[in-house]
Write a protein that binds this ligand. Sequence first.
Ligand code: TEU
Ligand code: CA
Length: 559
Amino acid sequence: MESVHPAWWKEAVVYQIYPRSFKDSNGDGIGDLNGIREKLDYLKDLGVDVLWLNPIYQSPNVDNGYDISDYRDIMTDFGTMADFDALLADVHAHGLKLIMDLVVNHSSDQHPWFIESRSSRDNPKRDYYIWKDPAPDGGAPNNWRSCFSGSAWKYDEKTGQYYLHLFAEGQPDLNWENPEVRDQVFDMMNFWFQKGIDGFRMDVISMISKAGYADGPLCADGLYGDYTDQCTNGPRVHEYLQEMNRRVLSHYDCMTVGENANVNPELACLYAGEDRHELNMVFQFELMDVDGGESRKWEPEHPWKLTDIKKIQTRWQTGLDGKAWNSLYWNNHDQPRVVSRFGCTKDEESRVRSAKMLAVCLYLMQGTPYIYQGEELGMTNKHFDSIDPINDVMTRNAYFEKTQRCGESVADFMKAANYISREHTRTPMHWDDTANAGFTTGTPWIPLNPNYPQINAAKQVGDPDSVYSFYRRLLALRKSDKTFVYGHYALLLPDDEEIYAYTRTLNDEQILVVCNFTDHDVPCPLLNDWQNTELLISNYNTPGNPGSLRPFEAVVYRK
Ligand code: TEU
Ligand code: CA
């Protein structure tokens, strides 16, 4: 046997829940913890192993829970600590695990630490956050643009200084250089582990160490500078994570995944290397940036090429093999729906076929799959006629900056938003075709996608040809053969713009994965060599022509 480094979290499949939009149990229009409890059988049947919950802590919800005002309490909208304890017990009783979101690059401006910090320059908590004097002209200390538009600095009248907020104004950055801040964070993590949680997804964790506070290179619109170079992968980030590992993570049988914008495979090996004692894996952004990236996010056109997707994935698959571990995701609460982005929604047949194909393509690679709620139904982007119904702070702020300050047309902005906005994955989950998709008996906190009568769980669970049933079979297949988990990846047909083909090899076993990304037939001669091998899964029920793929066809063979 070849030597692999086995671990339960490498063999697991994670399902991401956006609690606000998953299931409302009490009719107030907001998803909640008891709602999640109602759906554990559904999740268990799907075949996932770990649930990741977006933040469920007390929060004023400037950024839907990513602005935390009490790290040790449950958001009132979502329930109580007793509800959480019951949920965790139920999750474990189902043989599932639960990981929480750890949001410690910043807190809410309503957190008692920040309220104290801003109260006076000599408050003992002043140094919990990043305060700087005004520039000589009285303006912001530097030119950084916040991730959510506008300056990354907010002036505080009372004490005459600016505080840093890389995200919304209500999300002041914590100062990790202060050892007391680290003590507080590590104590809080231990509190949750002692309750029995199984790990953390760590929000923008590559940003906790800042290299400096000089002006950044000007953004294309000339209004602000880019903070990325000074705020990601800073000089002390690995020291902090190793300290976290020593003081917290190493004491538990847990899993961790860092959200690491601006990371490449080499850096990922530092964050998640087998011998590094930091994290288990990171979320990379290169795949999500293949159609433009953050700097071109609000441009109307977002072209992408399959060969670029292949280059990115192949670099990660080979770069981490044996050294670190990949996470595999097509979408999350910050990204649009994958079937609308890389698949095809021109008709029902294409939607179903391409949703299945995309799952085969990514989730049979080396790494831990992360499925976002509703993806297993092939849920799609929603169409927005205007900014009005959109809740997401990032989209709203960008809208006002782009259309009012930069003179961009509303039509161009809405075109971008309809493609890329974070709102698309935040509309409520589709459980059935009753009012509000069975998500709530009340008024949903944001409007649903109107296509729920066609696309919903009740319709798909019993249908063997549904996207849901296919995900179920695919996850079972992945679990049935360790080659899917630990096998080495090799790309075939690197220059082909229509077919994504690769092999996974472990010991003397080889698996072939072939996916047609187009809506037409494509010749694929390499299939001829696999004609007499075992067909493990396909998204068509009947055999096609030898050496050829049908629209969005995906096939997997083993020899
Ligand atoms: O996201 C950080 C991050 O990188 C995003 O701002 C990303 O650039 C953008 O959403 C892509 O569209 C994390 C959380 O996932 C996000 O929901 C939070 O808003 C953000 O941190 C602040 O906590
Ligand atoms: Ca509720």
